[in-house]
Design a protein around this ligand. Structure first.
Ligand code: CUA
Length: 372
C-alpha cells in the first residue's frame, strides 16, 4: 500500500500498477527512440564522413577542418567564460565597486582583431584551394565517363550520350574513372547529392552545371534530391553503383547489357502486357528500344518524358527508390501511381485519362519486369 502525499489517501494496488505500466511505457519509448536514432547514425550509405571518392574526400576534409577549428574556439571560450563566472561572482562581502574596466585597452583590441582574422584566413586558404580542386577538369586524353543528368519531378534521367542509351535513378560508374556529370532540370530546381561520393549541386532548368568525381571503392551508394522541389521531393532518391574495372560485375559488362535491345516477351501474359503498353499509350512517354512500336523518337523527348524502360527489370528499385523492383510493385505503380507518389506526371488526371485496371497492370508488369 502507498500513501499519496498530496491527498493523504491510501492508493490502491491498481493505481500502483498503472504507475509501473507508465514507467515501462516510457522506457519502451526511450528504447525505440534510441534504436531509431542509432539506425540513422549507423546507416553507412549516406555518411559524408565515410567518403569513397576524391570529391567526397574534400568535403569530409573541410568538414573535419572546420569542426576542429571551431571545437578549439568553443573549448577556449567556454573555459574562459566558466572561469570568469566563478572567479568574478557576487560575494557576501562585495563592496559594490566595479573591477578595473578594460574599455579602450589597445593590446586587447588588437589581439581580438588579429586572432579572428588569422583564423578566417587559415580557413579561407584551404577552402579556395579545394573549390578549384573540385572544379578541376579532367586532363587531355584522360578517360572520362560523361553522363547527362536531368532532374524531373520526381526522378532522375541519366543519358549516357557517348554510349547511346538512357536510364533512370540508378547511376552506374566505374571505379577509378573520372565521371563528368552535366546537370540540368526539366521543370524546377533539383539538387544531386550522393553523400559518400559527391557534394551537392543544383540541377537547374535552362542551365548546365558540371560535377566531377572519381570513386575508389566498388559498392552501392545512396543519394537524395537535396532541393525542395515539390510535393514528392522526399521520394526522389538516387542509387549509385560503382563497378570494378574487371570481372563479370564490371562497368563494361553493365554498359554492354544496357546497349542491348529489349528482350521480346516470352510468355502470353507478357505479350499481352506489351500490347497493353502500346494500347494504353505508355510508349508516348516511355522508350523501350528494340521494337519500332515501343520506341520513342529522341526528338520526342520533353519535360513529360518518363524513364527509359528498355532494361527496367535490371534495376533494383522503381519510382526513384520509392519501391523495390518486383513484379508486384510494378503492377501497383502502373495501376495507381498517384497513391504511391503524389503529383507524379504518370497517372496525373490532367494528362492521362487512360485507366489501367489491376489485371491489366499485372500483365504490363509481367512484360516490364522481364526487361532485364
Ligand atoms: Cu527534386 Cu527535390
Amino acid at each position: 500500500m502507498l500513501l499519496d502525499r498530496t491527498s493523504g489517501m491510501v492508493r490502491s494496488e491498481a493505481s500502483r500498477w498503472s504507475v509501473v505500466a507508465r514507467r515501462v511505457m516510457w522506457v519502451a519509448f526511450g528504447v525505440v527512440l534510441a534504436s531509431a536514432l542509432a539506425g540513422c547514425i549507423e546507416d553507412p550509405k549516406r555518411d559524408i564522413l565515410d567518403p569513397v571518392s576524391d570529391s567526397a574526400d574534400i568535403s569530409a576534409y573541410m568538414y573535419n577542418l572546420l569542426l576542429a577549428v571551431c571545437s578549439v574556439i568553443m573549448v577556449i571560450v567556454a573555459a574562459w567564460f566558466t572561469y570568469s563566472v566563478v572567479r568574478f561572482r557576487k560575494r557576501p562581502d562585495d563592496d559594490g565597486e566595479l573591477p578595473p574596466q578594460i574599455h579602450g585597452h589597445t593590446q586587447l583590441e588588437v589581439a581580438w582583431t588579429i586572432i579572428p582574422t588569422l583564423i578566417v584566413i587559415a580557413i579561407t586558404i584551404p577552402t579556395i584551394i579545394n573549390i578549384f580542386e573540385l572544379e578541376r577538369r579532367p586532363g587531355e586524353g584522360e578517360p572520362v565517363t560523361k553522363i547527362e543528368v536531368i532532374g524531373k519531378q520526381w526522378w532522375w534521367e541519366y543519358n549516357y550520350k557517348d554510349e547511346g542509351f538512357m536510364t533512370a535513378n540508378e547511376m552506374h560508374v566505374e571505379v577509378g574513372t573520372t565521371v563528368q556529370l552535366e546537370m540540368t532540370a526539366a521543370d524546377v530546381i533539383h539538387a544531386f547529392w550522393v553523400p559518400q561520393v559527391t557534394g551537392k549541386r543544383d540541377a537547374t532548368p535552362g542551365r548546365v552545371y558540371e560535377m566531377f568525381f572519381n570513386v575508389r571503392e566498388p559498392g552501392e551508394y545512396i543519394g537524395q534530391c537535396a532541393e525542395l522541389c515539390g510535393s514528392s521531393h522526399a521520394l526522389m532518391g538516387i542509387k549509385l553503383f560503382a563497378h570494378p574495372k574487371e570481372g563479370p560485375n564490371s562497368y563494361a559488362a553493365w554498359v554492354a547489357s544496357q546497349k542491348k535491345a529489349a528482350e521480346p516477351p516470352r510468355s502470353p501474359e507478357a505479350q499481352r502486357g506489351k500490347e497493353l503498353f502500346m494500347q494504353k499509350g505508355c510508349m508516348r512517354c516511355h522508350n523501350i528500344s528494340g521494337d519500332a512500336r515501343t520506341e520513342l523518337h529522341p526528338k520526342a523527348r520533353r519535360r513529360e518524358t518518363g524513364p527509359d524502360l528498355t532494361h527496367v527489370g535490371s534495376r533494383t528499385t522503381i519510382a526513384a527508390l520509392t519501391l523495390k523492383n518486383t513484379r508486384e510493385n510494378i503492377a501497383r505503380w502502373v495501376h495507381d501511381p498517384q497513391s504511391i507518389k503524389q503529383g507524379a506526371l504518370m497517372g496525373d488526371p490532367r494528362f492521362n485519362t487512360v485507366q489501367v485496371s489491376k489485371e491489366e497492370a499485372e500483365a504490363i508488369a509481367s512484360y516490364l519486369f522481364r526487361l532485364k
